[in-house]
Design a protein around this ligand. Structure first.
Ligand code: GTP
Ligand code: MG
Length: 200
Protein backbone atom coordinates (compact mmCIF):
# COMPACT_ATOMS: atom_id res chain seq x y z
CA UNK A 1 0.00 0.00 0.00
CA UNK A 2 1.25 3.43 -0.89
CA UNK A 3 0.95 6.12 1.76
CA UNK A 4 0.53 9.36 -0.13
CA UNK A 5 -0.66 11.62 2.63
CA UNK A 6 -0.13 11.45 6.36
CA UNK A 7 -1.29 14.36 8.47
CA UNK A 8 -1.56 15.07 12.17
CA UNK A 9 -5.18 15.63 13.17
CA UNK A 10 -4.87 16.36 16.89
CA UNK A 11 -4.09 15.22 20.43
CA UNK A 12 -6.97 14.20 22.66
CA UNK A 13 -7.37 13.40 26.33
CA UNK A 14 -10.67 11.52 26.16
CA UNK A 15 -12.63 9.32 23.77
CA UNK A 16 -15.33 11.97 23.58
CA UNK A 17 -12.82 14.47 22.14
CA UNK A 18 -11.60 12.17 19.37
CA UNK A 19 -12.60 12.86 15.74
CA UNK A 20 -15.93 11.34 14.58
CA UNK A 21 -15.61 7.55 14.44
CA UNK A 22 -16.37 7.41 10.73
CA UNK A 23 -13.10 5.99 9.39
CA UNK A 24 -11.23 2.75 10.07
CA UNK A 25 -8.69 3.22 12.83
CA UNK A 26 -5.51 1.38 13.91
CA UNK A 27 -3.95 2.12 17.30
CA UNK A 28 -0.42 1.50 18.57
CA UNK A 29 0.05 0.51 22.19
CA UNK A 30 2.80 -0.97 24.34
CA UNK A 31 5.19 -0.19 27.17
CA UNK A 32 6.72 3.26 27.31
CA UNK A 33 9.71 3.55 24.99
CA UNK A 34 8.89 0.34 23.06
CA UNK A 35 8.90 2.32 19.82
CA UNK A 36 5.25 3.19 19.04
CA UNK A 37 5.87 6.69 17.74
CA UNK A 38 8.95 5.57 15.80
CA UNK A 39 6.98 2.78 14.11
CA UNK A 40 4.25 5.21 13.03
CA UNK A 41 6.87 7.46 11.45
CA UNK A 42 8.51 4.51 9.72
CA UNK A 43 5.23 3.13 8.38
CA UNK A 44 4.15 6.50 7.00
CA UNK A 45 7.58 7.49 5.75
CA UNK A 46 7.24 10.80 7.61
CA UNK A 47 10.08 11.17 10.08
CA UNK A 48 8.57 13.92 12.18
CA UNK A 49 4.93 12.91 12.25
CA UNK A 50 4.85 11.36 15.73
CA UNK A 51 7.16 12.59 18.49
CA UNK A 52 9.96 10.18 19.38
CA UNK A 53 12.11 10.39 22.49
CA UNK A 54 14.85 8.57 24.37
CA UNK A 55 12.97 9.30 27.58
CA UNK A 56 10.00 7.02 28.29
CA UNK A 57 6.63 8.68 28.76
CA UNK A 58 6.92 11.02 25.77
CA UNK A 59 3.46 10.43 24.29
CA UNK A 60 0.81 11.37 26.85
CA UNK A 61 -2.31 11.83 24.75
CA UNK A 62 -4.32 10.02 22.06
CA UNK A 63 -2.87 11.26 18.76
CA UNK A 64 -4.73 10.84 15.50
CA UNK A 65 -3.00 10.86 12.11
CA UNK A 66 -5.09 10.72 8.98
CA UNK A 67 -3.67 8.62 6.16
CA UNK A 68 -4.55 9.11 2.50
CA UNK A 69 -7.59 11.06 3.74
CA UNK A 70 -9.35 7.80 4.48
CA UNK A 71 -8.17 6.05 7.65
CA UNK A 72 -6.46 6.79 10.96
CA UNK A 73 -3.28 5.69 12.67
CA UNK A 74 -3.40 6.41 16.39
CA UNK A 75 -0.38 6.90 18.65
CA UNK A 76 -1.13 6.15 22.31
CA UNK A 77 0.76 6.79 25.55
CA UNK A 78 2.78 3.83 26.79
CA UNK A 79 1.83 1.76 29.79
CA UNK A 80 4.02 0.74 32.72
CA UNK A 81 6.11 3.89 32.91
CA UNK A 82 7.73 3.66 36.35
CA UNK A 83 8.67 7.31 36.81
CA UNK A 84 5.14 8.53 37.47
CA UNK A 85 3.09 8.14 40.65
CA UNK A 86 0.91 5.06 41.07
CA UNK A 87 -2.27 7.15 41.06
CA UNK A 88 -1.29 8.97 37.89
CA UNK A 89 -0.37 5.65 36.26
CA UNK A 90 -3.75 4.14 37.17
CA UNK A 91 -5.48 7.22 35.77
CA UNK A 92 -3.54 6.92 32.50
CA UNK A 93 -4.17 3.24 32.14
CA UNK A 94 -7.88 3.78 32.74
CA UNK A 95 -7.91 6.42 30.04
CA UNK A 96 -6.19 4.17 27.52
CA UNK A 97 -8.38 1.18 28.35
CA UNK A 98 -11.44 3.37 27.97
CA UNK A 99 -10.33 4.37 24.49
CA UNK A 100 -9.66 0.74 23.53
CA UNK A 101 -13.07 -0.38 24.77
CA UNK A 102 -15.17 2.49 23.50
CA UNK A 103 -13.89 3.42 20.07
CA UNK A 104 -16.29 1.77 17.60
CA UNK A 105 -14.15 2.46 14.51
CA UNK A 106 -11.08 0.73 15.98
CA UNK A 107 -10.30 -2.11 13.56
CA UNK A 108 -7.21 -3.52 15.17
CA UNK A 109 -4.75 -2.65 17.92
CA UNK A 110 -1.04 -3.14 17.30
CA UNK A 111 0.45 -4.31 20.60
CA UNK A 112 4.17 -3.58 20.49
CA UNK A 113 6.67 -5.73 22.35
CA UNK A 114 10.40 -5.08 22.68
CA UNK A 115 12.17 -8.04 21.03
CA UNK A 116 15.43 -7.30 22.86
CA UNK A 117 14.15 -8.54 26.21
CA UNK A 118 12.47 -11.69 27.59
CA UNK A 119 8.71 -11.73 28.35
CA UNK A 120 7.55 -8.97 30.69
CA UNK A 121 4.69 -9.54 33.11
CA UNK A 122 3.02 -6.25 32.21
CA UNK A 123 2.89 -7.16 28.47
CA UNK A 124 1.49 -10.61 29.19
CA UNK A 125 -1.17 -9.13 31.48
CA UNK A 126 -2.10 -6.49 28.95
CA UNK A 127 -2.41 -9.02 26.12
CA UNK A 128 -4.51 -11.32 28.27
CA UNK A 129 -6.78 -8.40 29.14
CA UNK A 130 -7.17 -7.57 25.42
CA UNK A 131 -8.20 -11.16 24.85
CA UNK A 132 -10.72 -11.14 27.69
CA UNK A 133 -12.23 -7.94 26.34
CA UNK A 134 -12.37 -9.36 22.78
CA UNK A 135 -10.50 -6.38 21.37
CA UNK A 136 -8.96 -7.33 18.01
CA UNK A 137 -5.18 -7.02 18.06
CA UNK A 138 -1.91 -8.22 16.57
CA UNK A 139 1.55 -8.39 18.14
CA UNK A 140 4.36 -6.29 16.68
CA UNK A 141 7.85 -7.07 17.94
CA UNK A 142 10.02 -3.95 17.80
CA UNK A 143 13.76 -3.25 17.73
CA UNK A 144 14.65 -6.54 16.01
CA UNK A 145 17.81 -4.87 14.72
CA UNK A 146 20.42 -6.79 12.75
CA UNK A 147 23.11 -5.90 15.23
CA UNK A 148 21.10 -7.88 17.81
CA UNK A 149 22.53 -11.02 16.17
CA UNK A 150 19.11 -12.63 16.15
CA UNK A 151 18.69 -12.33 19.89
CA UNK A 152 15.16 -11.32 18.94
CA UNK A 153 14.55 -14.85 17.67
CA UNK A 154 15.10 -16.22 21.16
CA UNK A 155 13.03 -13.52 22.88
CA UNK A 156 10.08 -13.61 20.49
CA UNK A 157 9.87 -17.37 20.97
CA UNK A 158 9.99 -16.94 24.76
CA UNK A 159 7.18 -14.37 24.60
CA UNK A 160 5.04 -16.57 22.38
CA UNK A 161 5.64 -19.62 24.56
CA UNK A 162 4.70 -17.60 27.62
CA UNK A 163 1.48 -16.38 26.01
CA UNK A 164 0.61 -19.86 24.79
CA UNK A 165 0.35 -20.93 28.42
CA UNK A 166 -2.99 -19.10 28.35
CA UNK A 167 -3.90 -18.91 24.65
CA UNK A 168 -4.75 -21.70 22.25
CA UNK A 169 -4.55 -19.55 19.16
CA UNK A 170 -2.54 -16.34 19.17
CA UNK A 171 -3.23 -13.37 16.87
CA UNK A 172 -0.85 -12.58 14.02
CA UNK A 173 2.71 -11.44 14.79
CA UNK A 174 5.07 -9.08 12.99
CA UNK A 175 8.80 -8.52 13.43
CA UNK A 176 10.09 -5.00 12.86
CA UNK A 177 13.16 -2.82 13.13
CA UNK A 178 12.82 0.88 12.51
CA UNK A 179 16.59 1.13 12.64
CA UNK A 180 17.07 -1.40 9.81
CA UNK A 181 13.79 -0.46 8.09
CA UNK A 182 12.28 -3.95 8.16
CA UNK A 183 8.72 -5.15 8.62
CA UNK A 184 6.87 -2.24 7.05
CA UNK A 185 5.35 -3.98 4.02
CA UNK A 186 3.71 -6.81 5.92
CA UNK A 187 2.07 -4.43 8.39
CA UNK A 188 0.82 -2.10 5.65
CA UNK A 189 -0.52 -5.07 3.64
CA UNK A 190 -2.35 -6.28 6.73
CA UNK A 191 -3.90 -2.85 7.32
CA UNK A 192 -4.86 -2.57 3.67
CA UNK A 193 -6.67 -5.88 3.84
CA UNK A 194 -8.66 -4.79 6.92
CA UNK A 195 -9.44 -1.46 5.29
CA UNK A 196 -10.87 -3.20 2.26
CA UNK A 197 -13.12 -5.24 4.52
CA UNK A 198 -14.15 -2.13 6.50
CA UNK A 199 -15.08 -0.26 3.32
CA UNK A 200 -17.09 -3.14 1.84
P1 GTP B 1 6.46 6.66 24.65
O1 GTP B 1 5.74 7.64 23.78
O2 GTP B 1 7.34 7.32 25.66
O3 GTP B 1 5.55 5.65 25.27
O4 GTP B 1 7.52 5.84 23.74
P2 GTP B 1 7.29 5.17 22.31
O5 GTP B 1 6.83 3.77 22.47
O6 GTP B 1 6.50 6.05 21.41
O7 GTP B 1 8.80 5.07 21.78
P3 GTP B 1 9.56 6.03 20.75
O8 GTP B 1 9.06 5.81 19.37
O9 GTP B 1 9.55 7.42 21.27
O10 GTP B 1 11.02 5.38 20.78
C1 GTP B 1 11.73 5.19 22.00
C2 GTP B 1 13.20 4.99 21.70
O11 GTP B 1 13.40 3.76 21.00
C3 GTP B 1 13.79 6.09 20.80
O12 GTP B 1 15.08 6.41 21.28
C4 GTP B 1 13.86 5.42 19.43
O13 GTP B 1 14.87 5.95 18.61
C5 GTP B 1 14.17 3.97 19.80
N1 GTP B 1 13.73 3.01 18.77
C6 GTP B 1 12.53 2.94 18.16
N2 GTP B 1 12.49 1.93 17.26
C7 GTP B 1 13.72 1.35 17.27
C8 GTP B 1 14.31 0.26 16.55
O14 GTP B 1 13.72 -0.41 15.68
N3 GTP B 1 15.60 -0.07 16.89
C9 GTP B 1 16.29 0.62 17.84
N4 GTP B 1 17.53 0.23 18.11
N5 GTP B 1 15.78 1.67 18.51
C10 GTP B 1 14.51 2.03 18.24
MG1 MG C 1 5.44 7.74 21.81
Amino acid sequence: MLIQYANFVGSFVSVAQCPPADKPEFAFIGRSNVGKSSLINYLTGHNDLARVSNTPGKTQTINHFIINNSWYLVDLPGYGYAQVSKTKRKEWEQFIRNYLLKRPSLQCVMVLIDSRIPPQKIDVEFINWMGEMHIPFVIVFTKADKRQHKKWKVNTKLVIDRLMEEWTDLPKQFITSVQDKTGKESILDFIEQLNEEAFE
